[in-house]
Design a protein around this ligand. Structure first.
Ligand SMILES: Nc1ncnc2c1ncn2[C@@H]1O[C@H](COP(=O)(O)OP(=O)(O)OP(=O)(O)O)[C@@H](O)[C@H]1O
Length: 250
C-alpha cells in the first residue's frame, strides 16, 4: 500500500519562492484529500513539486511502491490541446509514457475501460483540437487514469464540467481511490465538493500551509473568514450533509 508524507516542502520559480513549509501527516492509500485556498495561493505549485516537475526544499516521501516517483501522476488545470492527435491516440501516448512502445492487449483494454467509465467512448476518434472545454477535461482525466497511478494529483478537475459530470467524476474518483488504494489529492474551489468527497483537507494560503486535517474540522466559518475573506455559514441540509453558504464578501 502506497503512502505519502510531506515534510517542509517548498518551491520556487527561478529566484522567487512561492511555496514554503508544507507538511502533512502520512496520507494513506484509499484517501481523497482536498487542497483548497485562494487564487495564486500555491496549490498547483504544490502539485508540481510533489510530482517532481519543479525542484524545491523539503521532502516528498513516498513509501510502499516499487515504481518510485513514476507512480505519481499530475493532471494539470490547463489541458492544452494538440490538434493533430485524436483522443484515443493521446490517451495511448499517455499510457505509454516512460515505457516501451510495444502496445499490449491489456493496455488497450484499460483504455477502453477508462473511456467507458468516463462515458467518453464517442469521443475516441475525434481530434483534441475540436473538443469543448469540458470534453478536454474528461480526456485529460482519462490520460491520467490509464497510467494507473498510485498517487493522483488533480488540479481543479471539474472546473469545466456541468453539474451531472461534476458529481459523476468526483464519485467515480473517490470510489476508485477506495477500490484501488490510490492516494488522491484534488485542488478544488467548490468547498461543498471538498465537504462531500474528501476525508481530509489542506488549506494553502499565501504560499504556505494554513491548516490541515479532517475536512469537517478544517472547513469552518472562521477559516472562510480568515482565508477567503467571506462571511459564511456551515449548515446541515435535510439529508444531513454539511454545506457552505456564503453570505457576502468581507
Ligand atoms: N511558471 C511559473 N513561473 C513563475 N511564477 C509562477 C509560475 N506558475 C505559477 N507562478 C506563480 O506562483 C504563485 C502560485 O501559483 P499557483 O498556480 O500555484 O496558484 P494556485 O493556488 O494553483 O492558483 P489558482 O487557484 O488561481 O489556480 C502565483 O503567484 C503564480 O503567479
Amino acid at each position: 500500500m502506497v503512502a505519502l508524507a510531506l515534510q517542509d516542502v517548498g518551491a520556487a520559480y527561478g529566484r522567487r519562492t512561492v511555496l514554503s513549509s508544507v507538511s502533512t501527516d502520512l496520507l494513506q492509500s484509499g484517501s481523497v484529500t482536498a487542497v483548497i485556498g485562494p487564487n495564486a495561493a500555491g496549490k498547483s505549485t504544490l502539485f508540481k513539486r510533489i510530482a517532481s516537475l519543479i525542484p524545491g526544499p523539503g521532502l516528498v516521501e513516498l513509501s510502499g511502491t516499487e515504481r518510485g516517483p513514476r507512480t505519481v501522476c499530475y493532471m494539470p488545470q490547463d489541458t492544452g490541446a494538440n490538434a493533430v492527435l485524436t483522443v484515443y491516440e493521446s490517451i495511448l501516448l499517455s499510457a505509454k509514457q516512460g515505457g516501451g512502445w510495444r502496445v499490449h492487449d491489456d493496455e488497450l483494454a484499460e483504455i477502453d475501460a477508462v473511456l467507458k467509465a468516463l462515458r467518453i467512448e464517442d469521443l475516441a476518434f475525434r481530434e483534441l483540437g475540436e473538443l469543448s472545454g469540458g470534453q478536454r477535461q474528461l480526456v485529460s482525466l482519462a490520460q491520467a487514469l490509464v497510467r494507473q497511478p498510485e498517487v493522483l494529483l488533480m488540479d481543479e478537475p471539474t472546473s469545466a464540467l456541468d453539474l451531472h459530470r461534476q458529481v459523476d467524476v468526483l464519485t467515480f474518483i473517490s470510489d476508485l481511490a477506495a477500490r484501488k488504494g490510490m492516494i488522491v489529492l484534488v485542488a478544488l474551489h467548490d468547498l461543498n465538493h471538498a465537504l462531500r468527497y474528501c476525508q481530509n483537507t489542506i488549506v494553502i494560503a499565501d504560499g504556505s500551509m494554513a491548516i490541515s486535517g479532517e475536512t469537517s474540522a478544517v472547513i469552518t466559518a472562521e477559516m472562510l473568514r480568515d482565508i477567503y475573506k467571506v462571511a459564511a455559514r456551515i449548515e446541515t441540509c435535510s439529508q444531513g450533509r454539511a454545506l457552505v453558504i456564503v453570505d457576502n464578501a468581507i
